[in-house]
Write a protein of this length. Structure first.
Length: 420
């Protein structure tokens, strides 16, 4: 990189981002030369990463998950099948075609679901409690079913609801929201204006998961009784040399692409649970995060903070340099073609399909991250000369829309594409 290029890139960054209205960090590095940092600006400062956190969840999933997620695990005693969940987000989820775990479970008799769930884990640390009725804050659980949401579809023939086991009411009390759940109950209030104005609209509203609800929904779907027992009632059986059998669940790659393209928080959280199911009955995001910081992220322990799978938490604190090193590790983990297939592509797919495009095809493959006052973009940029560079933009502390920062990043990324 020539001195003049460095000066011009620095001028671009300073002109666009060195102001009082936003706190920005940026790094650009070579994917082939591990220690080669081409340019950095406040790259060691800590920022709230929002959904850039999913890059770490993706990394952990590629390291520890096989071709299929763990659908559930079970053991058999006499004529009874005891089973526990492994956190697979795809079970009876309408957005996933593969239903291997359900097919296996359907063929078993005398089913007993062992409830190991601690409801204190339903949200991640630092989540906003009043987001409970929005899809992006869908509750975590040990055994998701129907994506832990109710699907409401307004159609020409009326309202469709899956699953249809919940009480509803229709009125004018939602203040512009199509459907809202009661805070502590699975009662759903539907806006009648939404029903009248929309004949082709679908919304996903989280329900409050419990072992009792799971057993009831699964019983209805299977058309046979699924019994529920707390873990302490069969604790001795579970601890007496039980040989657990795992059943394949959702396709790992399908799940990962949905998470990365759509920035799906629920999937991200459940992936960490699914990884930990290989190690313990009590699913734990913390177990996965601790394992990562004692292995591939060892040098970063105590220097950054990672607390959930999705990035919903404002407790997360990453630096652009940290994210760039994770991206560098991922680049060495698989072929470029395969790696880029998991990321949103500029102008083509995912959360950047309307940004960072080019007539010659996508040249930016990157993950976004957005909360109020937070917007980040980290990934890979392909240059005209054929190089692949790693970058991380992190913006915190601004008011209003993120659009003006996207426009400025677009200027910088196009300049990098042309000049490297």
């Amino acid at each position: 990189m020539s001195k003049s290029n460095v000066e011009e890139l620095e001028n671009l960054i300073l002109t666009n981002f060195d102001g009082a209205d936003v706190h920005t960090g940026f790094i650009l590095r070579d994917s082939k030369k591990k220690e080669k940092v081409l340019f950095d600006y406040k790259a060691d400062y800590l920022f709230t990463p929002a959904s850039n956190t999913k890059i770490l969840t993706f990394y952990a999933s590629k390291m520890y998950l096989d071709k299929y997620l763990n659908g559930y695990k079970y053991f058999e005693r006499n004529d009874t099948t005891y089973f526990v969940g492994c956190g697979d987000p795809g079970f009876l989820n309408q957005r996933f075609e593969d239903q291997l775990a359900f097919s296996e479970l359907r063929d078993k008799e005398n089913l007993v679901f062992v409830d190991l769930w601690n409801s204190d884990q339903r949200w991640g640390p630092g989540w906003s409690w009043d987001d409970y009725s929005y899809y992006y804050a869908t509750e975590r659980s040990i055994f998701p079913i129907y994506g832990n949401t109710v699907t409401f579809s307004s159609t020409p023939s009326g309202l469709e609801m899956v699953p249809g086991n919940f009480p509803t009411s229709v009125g004018n009390y939602n203040k512009g929201e199509s459907v809202r759940r009661a805070e502590s109950q699975n009662i759903f209030n539907i806006d009648k204006k939404w029903l009248k104005m929309n004949d082709q609209d679908t919304v996903y509203i989280p329900f409050n998961w419990s072992g009792e609800l799971f057993a009831s929904l699964l019983s209805d779907t299977l058309r046979k009784t699924v019994k529920l027992v707390p873990s302490n009632s069969i604790g001795r059986k579970m601890d007496s040399g039980v040989s657990w059998k795992f059943v394949n669940g959702s396709s790992r790659d399908t799940v990962l692409r949905k998470m990365m393209y759509d920035s799906d928080n629920f999937i991200a959280e459940q992936l960490l649970f699914n990884i930990s199911s290989n190690w313990t009955n009590k699913l734990s995001s913390e177990a996965v995060i601790d394992t990562m910081f004692t292995s591939v992220l060892k040098k970063w322990k105590g220097k950054v903070r990672w607390v959930d799978g999705s990035g919903l938490s404002r407790y997360n604190a990453f630096s652009p340099r940290f994210i760039s090193e994770v991206l560098l590790n991922l680049y060495d983990f698989s072929s470029e073609e395969e790696l880029f297939s998991y990321f949103p592509a500029g102008g083509v797919r995912g959360t950047i399909q309307d940004w960072y495009g080019d007539d010659d095809g996508p040249f930016v493959f990157a993950k976004t991250g957005t909360l109020t006052g937070v917007h980040c973009l980290s990934g890979y940029v392909k240059t005209k000369s054929g190089r692949t560079l790693i970058f991380s933009f992190m913006h915190n502390g601004y008011l209003g829309s993120s659009s003006k920062y996207k426009r400025k990043m677009e200027i910088v990324l196009h300049w990098i594409r042309q000049n490297f």
